[in-house]
Design a protein around this ligand. Structure first.
Ligand code: NAD
Ligand code: UGA
Length: 467
């Protein structure tokens, strides 16, 4: 038997991965029907919004691609049952956050949404279905999924005697803000599995736009582990360069020069060596914690400690920046207005999950600051959710939402740049200096400003990783 015919695809989870991934698939495979389903009705409604500025996620180029295929061969809906029933292939693209309570709390991934998806598939699927893990998962999750699916053979043995499954692991490597390019031109596509026919079927979808040489086939467990390891390696580079940024500030070395010098070695490579206020996003911390949990489970304590240190440096970097701001402002920021530029965890996304800005802002609020926060893509509601969830201390400072750099800067004692939005690279410092307090500081953690311009405008200046 050759590969399975795939005419109808379902994706469970219409989030940052499910949405963009299926939009690219649908554009590249016009003869296949894609249905993206989600429990979250308002998210599905937003994906179906005629006004493309109101899509649930911001991602450059996404709106144009969506326009081409939505309601043609791509559909967003909440009807999970019928979408599963008719699908030949189902991607599971649901959230896998760190567990908050119970066994493994604070480290293990919470697999309740994965299990629920597997149960829905077991219940509703018909005929042969290829089930693809798209979410990032602990090693050997495919085993759990297989067990749940296999239990349905017995339960429905009379009703659907021909119900069978193949399980594949196909982790996603897209990075937010660059998702479309990453999906259209990936460095590699990883497919782990046991069934050659199922792997061939998924590969056949990808080869509509990706060279076969870029497709790596592995066993299930290598595929699951490679995804965790890839994120851990990327995060480790950031913690490494951030640790060096602190040495630069003490010694007079310059982190930009050092980063360039290190990255020029082709064995190291220039990418992902940008110092920052710490890595954020929904995945690096979660996936390293998951890896640590795995190491501890197998009693590999030294390995667990090694990866824990990557997280420690990241937390330390955030904390040392907020401490530095307080120190530079005479050790007192109580009631002082501080302009915060950027709240997303990186530029070109509206995502704030685990953004370093949250921890840094919370530290400054603890000190009593009045923050005026501006981000071109993050709205008031999101900042409110992120900052007010643990906002119980009456003596804490306060924050306000701003609609522009100017509104945020007016009368403030300092500007702290936390996200590298292009808009922040074009600031006219001389103009801003006229509407701010004196003395006044610019703290740049993202290399958006030119030191000379800022100093010439009369500001005090601090930039990450230099003196
Ligand atoms: P997300 O929270 O944005 O989206 C997940 C969606 O799944 C939510 O809308 C949720 O309502 C839905 N969902 C949960 N259970 C469901 C169910 N039983 N039926 C239907 N819908 C259900 O998450 P995300 O950022 O898209 O991440 C998804 C997975 O992909 C995670 O495992 C993550 O680690 C991985 N990943 C994320 C990225 C990224 O850049 N965000 C990149 C690569 C991999
Ligand atoms: C990351 C990986 O890059 C993706 O390959 C992976 O698929 C994804 O996680 C995931 O599994 O979720 P993402 O988190 O979207 O993607 O964005 P990155 O570009 O990796 O940035 C993560 C964080 O690291 C950001 O806060 C960013 O500012 C920071 N970063 C990145 C640095 O501090 N320095 C760098 O040189 C690069």
């Amino acid at each position: 038997m050759g590969r399975y015919e795939v005419k109808k695809v379902c994706c469970i989870g219409a989030g940052y991965v499910g949405g963009p991934t299926m939009i690219v698939f649908a554009n590249k495979c016009p003869d296949i029907q894609f249905k993206v389903v989600d429990l979250n009705e308002s998210r599905i409604e937003a994906w179906n919004n005629k006004d493309l500025t109101k899509l649930p996620i911001y991602e450059p180029g996404l709106d144009n691609l969506l326009k081409k295929c939505r309601n043609k061969n791509l559909f967003f809906l909440t009807d999970i049952k019928s979408s599963i029933e008719e699908a030949d292939m189902i991607f599971i693209s649901v959230n896998t956050p760190t567990k908050r309570k119970g066994i493994g709390a604070g480290k293990a991934s919470d697999l309740k949404w994965i299990e629920a998806s597997a149960r829905q598939i077991a219940e509703y699927a018909k005929g042969h279905t290829i089930v693809v893990e798209k979410s990032t998962l602990p090693v050997r999750t495919a085993e759990t999924i297989k067990k749940i699916l296999e239990s349905s053979y017995k339960k429905h043995s009379e009703e659907y005697s021909s119900k069978t499954f193949s399980v594949l692991s196909n982790p996603e490597f897209l990075s937010e803000g660059n998702a479309i390019n990453d999906l259209e031109n990936p460095d590699r596509v990883l497919i782990g599995g046991e069934s050659k026919n199922a792997i061939d079927s998924l590969e056949n979808l990808y080869t509509n736009w990706i060279n076969k040489e870029k497709i790596i086939r592995t066993n299930l467990w290598s595929s699951e582990l490679s995804k965790l390891a890839a994120n851990a390696f990327l995060a480790q580079r950031i913690s490494s360069i951030n640790s060096i940024s602190a040495i630069c500030e003490e010694t007079g070395a310059d982190i930009i020069q050092v980063s360039k010098a290190i990255g020029a070695d082709t064995r190291i490579g220039a990418k992902f060596l940008n110092p920052s206020p710490g890595f954020g996003g929904s995945c690096f911390q979660k996936d390293i914690l998951n890896l640590i949990y795995l190491c501890e489970f197998y009693k590999l304590d030294e390995v667990a400690n090694y990866w824990q240190s990557v997280l420690n440096i990241n937390n330390w970097q955030k904390f040392r920046i907020s401490k530095l701001v307080v120190n530079k402002l005479f050790g007192n920021i109580s009631e002082k207005k501080i302009s915060i530029l950027g709240f997303a965890f990186k530029a070109n996304t509206n995502d704030t999950r685990n953004s370093p800005c949250i921890d840094i802002c919370n530290e400054l609020l603890e000190e009593g600051a009045k923050l005026s926060i501006y981000d071109p893509k993050v709205d008031y509601k999101q900042i409110h959710l992120d900052l007010n969830s643990n906002y119980k201390n009456e003596d804490k400072g306060s924050w306000e939402f701003c609609n522009s750099i100017k509104e945020s800067a007016i009368n403030s004692h300092a500007i702290l740049i936390l996200t590298e939005w292009d808009e922040f690279k074009k600031i006219n410092w001389l103009k801003l200096s006229k509407i701010m307090q004196k003395p006044c500081w610019i703290f740049d953690t993202r290399f958006c400003s030119n030191k000379k311009d800022v100093l010439d405008a009369g500001f005090n200046y601090w930039s990450l990783g230099s003196q």
